[in-house]
Design a protein around this ligand. Sequence first.
Ligand SMILES: O=C(O)CCCC[C@@H]1SC[C@@H]2NC(=O)N[C@@H]21
Length: 191
Amino acid sequence: MFNAATYRATPRDLALIAVFTALTAVLALPTVTISGIAPITLQTLGFMLAASLLGFPWGGASVALYVLLIVVGLPIGAGGRGGLAVLTGPTGGFLIGGIVGALVTGWLVDKWGRTNPILIGLANVIGLMVIVYAIGLPWLGWRTGSGLFAKLTLGFQFVPGDLIKVVITALVVVTVVRAYPAIAKRAPGPR
Ligand SMILES: O=C(O)CCCC[C@@H]1SC[C@@H]2NC(=O)N[C@@H]21
């Protein structure tokens, strides 16, 4: 059963949340735009690593902090953009999807463990590809007035890169957790 006390953040949790927010900010800077408005970016690799290593709910908290910092004006969105317009603009749905997706991926990884790269990969495909696209692409269509075909075409261009990020995440998580098993562990019992 859900017990809120189990999810009270310790200073260590807060430090890890901040570290992964900073990592995501750096990863988001280089972008490639093939066509359309949404760029190909390593921002999602930051989301995947945060969700998979920090688990539920701290991975989602790290992505939420990242989005909050963009909204208040830090130029850390994909390609170095910042401000409320990033969230309300065409790519804002990918950011909201990233928060929801990171919560789901973190929950799945906590449940399935961090030793099997296939399961880690599957958790990331579900949370940080399927959910991110499911929120981001209709949002993009809504904000740009583009039709279903345009949205699907745009969505397909992200799939190869996002799958590569999933593989990198799975390998990094297995390696990091083997070297530093405490990263995803919480002190037992309510805090
Ligand atoms: O403007 C932003 O900061 C958000 C950019 C979102 C880009 C999306 S996330 C999912 C998909 N994969 C990518 O590499 N780019 C898009």
